[in-house]
Design a protein around this ligand. Sequence first.
Ligand SMILES: *Cc1c(COP(=O)(O)O)cnc(C)c1O
Length: 362
Amino acid sequence: MSIAQLARAEVRALATYAPDMAECAIDVSDNTNLWGAAPAALRALADVPPATVARYPALYAGALGPAILRYLGLEGATDVRVVTGCGSDDVLDSAMRAFGPVGSRLAFSAPTFTMIPAFARLNGLEPVAIPLTGRLDVDAERLVACDAEITYLCTPNNPTATPLSRAAVEYVAENARGVVIIDQAYAEFAPEVFDALVARHERLLVTRTFSKAFGLAGLRVGYGVAQPELAGYLERARGPYKVNALAERAVLASLEESPDALGWVRAHATLAIGMRERLATGLRALGLAPLPSAGNFVFVPTARARHIASRLRDRGILVRVFSGMPREVAPLAAEDGLALRIGVGPATTMDALLQALTEVVR
Ligand SMILES: *Cc1c(COP(=O)(O)O)cnc(C)c1O
């Protein structure tokens, strides 16, 4: 038997994740925190006791559990638990292993986070894409009608940056038959969040990450909150020791109530929100039409996406191109299904980007 025959069919069918990673002086392609990370996190990493690396980290959430609940304002809730992971990717992947029998279905609103259909296939699940409505909201009734074992929503949604309506999210949480996941990777930039819903729904998992607002993408830490029974099965599927000791240390430091820690995170989320509005205004002045954003990035449907991205690349600026947007979603399909996703960062970065765009777009 060849190695290809020995590989599982799901693995053979999957391409290695390979977004455009060209070395560019300005990289606004991945929605990470372009201001960096909280000083308290960096100090914690610079000053590591040897035993921290010589011994294993916490088996499961460990000290991060109560610190995260406090951050979410859920410290008093006895019916809510935290499950951490090597990035929230790990939490999402583990949820599919825990609650998606091979051959069952995972329904999601499309377009969304590209890892979702990939994780689904790898876990032997059939991904079922239900297009967003023309107003870029979840088609809640159609999604529920899928009767899937797992239903995934993302708000604010990646890549569109648009938030889903509370009514649609609550309808899905209330009515979907199986486990419902609400991915809030960009919660810190959004006008509303859904963490508190887990107290009402025993089948709900809400995920978040330290990769975006906290600026710790390189350390790979994410988490989910859920009621204890769901959290318990999720942890079994995840396995022990997934968050490394340095990451745990930096995250704990970031979650302190001080100007160098959570104060820094909040101040920079506010800055990012201001910058995204400034970027959107600049883009509109160039005749582009960014969608309303609730994240730290903007999404710009444009048939010229490939041309613009390649000219920007020549100028040392990396943005992400999206193609094949669902034809059913009019605002996304209008521009041949093509779009640019651009991350928000410090004023100097945004000025350089807008200057380059001025030369490229005209
Ligand atoms: C960035 C992102 C994540 C986070 O991934 P990590 O594994 O935590 O770095 C999860 N979901 C969405 C929608 C994202 O954009």
